[in-house]
Ligand binder design. Structure first.
Ligand code: NDP
Length: 470
């Protein structure tokens, strides 16, 4: 008997996704570049093994699938995806479909979708979030491609996806690269959420001399309030764990040099292309890059001396930190959704903003209670920046003062809070009706005759610079 779906790439994500698909009752055929991996996978599949067909070649994989075929790729983004498409295409028939479920750059997905439109197998690009655990038990899935192709695979994706109160977190976002774009921004927000948590952790560790276990207790408390989220939950968990070798909290023995695979950087790059302000995400990417320069930082500490870092007694209360995090989170997501909105206009995607918030409520790394409120606020008026939605405007009015206090106190003590501080700076710019860009315009006109608008009307004025020595 032939399988309903195929999967290529039995690495961390592919293996878990294949088990998830089999568990939901679909017969699946799998292939992996290294055959021993395939054999080990099936040998360890337990009860699910009867629904899994191990194949030893791409041709065998294709033969073992029901037509029209659907094959999921779960290999590293970039060249491996192009190579697999090239290898599969001659084996497939018109109407068959390749689904790239890796973390592709959406521009690659656009290109592959364009190539598919010229003939050969159809192409769908889907972003899958939730890590290994999500892939196994329910990821969040952001689709991109043609509606009729999505419809064919939708029953499988909805079956394997995470459920939020019964609703599957698997949605078609738009054409071609739309799903991978949304996944990229998801990852950018993930960087920012993680960075803001790390910043507040630093204030507690260095500014307030709190041991990891006490920090864990606070995170745990926050996870019962407005900040309830997977990332706060795991932050509480990791700060509670003790290293078996040294008997110290494990976070205290982990080297402070962060890795990255580039999706945060892509978010920042696309935001720049779109002139969309996302300073919190950009700061998070910058912070990872700076963290990687460990030797330079040590040199800096030796040259300039470490900042005092210890906050004055009682300068900040735990509830200030929680409120500041709430403000930071709202500002970060407001920027992220505004970026998605800008991309939607630029690329003609009509991205469904409330649906994006909904698909992120479960399964993915940034899942949180607040996303449900965001889905509602975006549904009220999708084009409006989230900071103007009454629910979030009220929250911000209450919490921005704590963010200000935190940023100010931290700055005085040399505790770096790049993400939170840049969120605050953006917020203050957003509430300043008369900004300082008049000065920029004067300078531009002075050196480049770029012209300016006047507050009393009219465009393309020039200053009398020459008369006064310009
Ligand atoms: P792994 O490194 O665990 O697995 C990679 C898989 O791809 C292996 O099966 C490997 O086969 C195969 N592979 C590697 N290079 C090639 C190639 N040139 N041609 C054919 N097959 C190849 O990766 P992950 O499962 O972690 O990631 C897969 C994709 O999913 C990536 O795009 C990643 O960014 C994305 N992703 C990962 C997440 C995670 O938490 N890990 C979360 C969400 C998305 P072999 O056994 O022969 O080496």
């Amino acid at each position: 008997t032939q399988s309903e779906i195929g999967l290529i790439g039995l690495g961390t994500m592919g293996a878990m996704l294949a088990l998830n698909i089999a568990e939901k009752g679909f017969a699946i055929a799998v292939w992996n570049r290294t055959t021993e991996v395939t054999q080990r996978f099936v040998a360890n599949a337990g009860d699910l093994a009867p629904r899994i067909t191990a194949t030893q070649s791409l041709a065998e994989l294709v033969r073992s699938l029901k037509a029209p075929r659907a094959i999921i790729l779960m290999v590293p983004a970039g060249q491996p995806v192009d190579d697999q498409i090239a290898a599969l295409t001659p084996l497939l028939d018109e109407g068959d479909m390749i689904i790239d479920a890796g973390n592709a750059n959406f521009r690659d997905t656009n290109r592959r979708a364009q190539d598919a439109a010229k003939g050969g197998p159809q192409f769908l690009g889907i972003g899958v979030s939730g890590g290994e655990e999500g892939a196994r038990h329910g990821p969040s899935i952001m689709g991109g491609g043609r509606a009729q192709d999505w419809a064919r695979i939708e029953p499988v994706l909805q079956a394997i996806a995470a459920k939020y109160e019964g609703t599957p977190c698997a949605t078609l976002m738009g054409e071609a690269g739309a799903g991978h774009f949304v996944k990229t921004v998801h990852n950018g927000i993930e960087y920012a959420d993680m960075q803001m948590i790390a910043e507040v952790y630093g204030v507690m560790r260095d500014g307030m001399s709190m041991p990891a276990a006490a920090i864990s207790g606070l995170f745990d408390g926050w996870n019962k309030g407005p900040l309830q989220s997977y990332l706060i939950e795991i932050s509480a968990a990791v700060t509670a764990v003790v290293d078996q070798k040294t008997n110290r909290p494990i976070v205290d023995v982990i080297l402070d040099r962060a890795g990255q695979k580039g999706t945060g950087r892509w978010t920042a790059i696309e935001a720049q292309h779109l002139s969309a302000p996302i300073p919190v995400i950009e700061a998070a990417v910058m912070a990872r890059n700076t963290s990687a320069r460990l030797e330079e930082r040590l040199k800096g500490e030796a040259r300039f001396g470490a900042a005092p870092q210890t906050l004055p007694e009682g300068a900040l209360m735990p509830q200030d930190l929680e409120a500041a995090m709430i403000a930071g989170k709202i500002l970060c997501y407001a920027q992220g959704f505004a970026l998605i909105s800008a991309a939607s206009d630029e690329f003609g995607w009509a991205l469904p903003l409330p649906e994006i918030a909904k698909v992120w409520r479960e399964g993915c790394i940034i899942r949180s209670a607040m996303l449900n409120d965001m889905a509602q606020a975006l549904a009220e008026e999708p084009g409006r920046n989230l900071i103007f939605a009454p629910f979030f405007a009220d929250h911000l009015e209450k919490s921005h003062k704590a963010l200000r206090k935190l940023v100010a106190q931290a700055a005085l003590c040399g505790l770096p809070l790049p993400a939170l501080a840049s969120g605050l700076a953006w917020f203050d710019m957003m509430r300043t009706g008369r900004s300082t860009a008049n000065m920029i315009q004067a300078q531009r006109d002075f050196f480049g005759a770029h012209g300016f608008e006047r507050i009393d009307g009219g465009a393309d004025h020039h200053g009398p610079w020459a008369l006064q020595g310009g």
